[in-house]
Design a protein around this ligand. Sequence first.
Ligand code: COA
Length: 409
Amino acid sequence: MTISPADLQIRTIESLEERRQAFALFRQAMLGIGDIGRTDPDAEARYLGDGQLFGAFDGTVLLGTVNGFDSGIAVPGGKRLRHLGVTHVGVAPQATRRGVARQLLVTQLRHARAAGYAVAGLRASDARIYERYGYGVASWSVRHELDLTRTELAVGTPREELRPVDATESFPLFRRIVDSEPSPRAATVTRWDGWWTIQAFRTRHGALPHHAVVYGAEGSERGYLRFHTEASDNWFTSQSRTIIVDDLVAHDGEAWRALIGHLFAQDILHRAIFPSRPVDDPLPLLLKDPRALTVSGLRDESWVRPLDLETLLAARPLAHGRPVVIEVQDPILPENSGRWLLGDGHPARSNRPADARLAIGDLGALIFGAYTPAALDAAGRLQGASAETIAALEDLLHVDRKPHSGITF
Ligand SMILES: CC(C)(COP(=O)(O)OP(=O)(O)OC[C@H]1O[C@@H](n2cnc3c(N)ncnc32)[C@H](O)[C@@H]1OP(=O)(O)O)[C@@H](O)C(=O)NCCC(=O)NCCS
């Protein structure tokens, strides 16, 4: 039975004590999330201090929570928009399926729009939860497993400007590098203080050795690779010494080739695992034997929710193409509903008949370039579109690189 809004109080959570309580509720709901506060209460306080938390209370009892972190997100073309990084969605096991999450998530979306965020984004524990709130999949990712013993690089990679750095102490440098990326892929998320706090915590307190290397002249570095070793009973005699990449940032092809080359330069290694890479990652092209690379684990990565559609559309450059009018219905944020003209200067509201209709979540996915209009049409998600409309949308919304963020939160 749904709990009526009158019985449930949704309010912001400000005090550190209540923040810790809400985080504990989230961990209780998720089961697989470690308690950083037990190891490092100060790191937990710094992490939680950044959040825009809501709680759902029945009297004084906390039944559910949702958090949001102030950040940015890149759209195709590289422009960054204000983005609320939504996380810590959790409802007490005894209170699920009574509408608690719905009330929290809807309240959060309305507040975020009113506060000037253009987009909300999250990573989903279950792909069936968020579409109903207007989220859509804005990027996909794959897992790469590279057998370093089976192949050589197809080209020489630059080594002169590679520099190993302390993986635990160099976070200010990593942050400077990632924040100065000149042309980020669409869906790249600007990482906030609390996100870095968690990375530093894991690196400092993880049981396995962490390593890092940067590329570029000192003071103007253009990339870095952070990784840790996989657990091994006997690293000395192991035939499958493996590293797991935690973060790979490269501003350009040269930096990327140099960082991959660094893995090949270490004779001790047999295998490298990249848990999250873009679906169009060029790594096979860098290998003499592309079959040394196993690509697997295709999964949804970024879920985005347009909050201010006008701002989002205006930030995303459109290529040349016949103008198209799309119609969208947004029951949660009706300000976004209506007909929008794309491809004739600044995207604007239109009174012309719609050429195609689609859900707000699918429109978000389309704007980020996760799907082509033809794919959405084939799946029955682009309604009423003629072949000419689909062709025009393909022209307008073309992307040269698939969206990808590479981080979880
Ligand atoms: C996911 C979770 C937050 C949903 O909370 P809830 O209060 O039960 O959700 P609601 O009652 O508001 O249900 C919202 C809707 O989503 C559906 N739904 C919720 N969780 C779902 C799931 N895991 N799979 C499929 N459908 C789900 C419900 O059936 C409901 O549908 P309806 O609106 O058509 O009736 C809760 O189950 C939970 O805490 N799960 C464990 C932690 C977790 O996975 N958090 C998400 C992290 S990204």
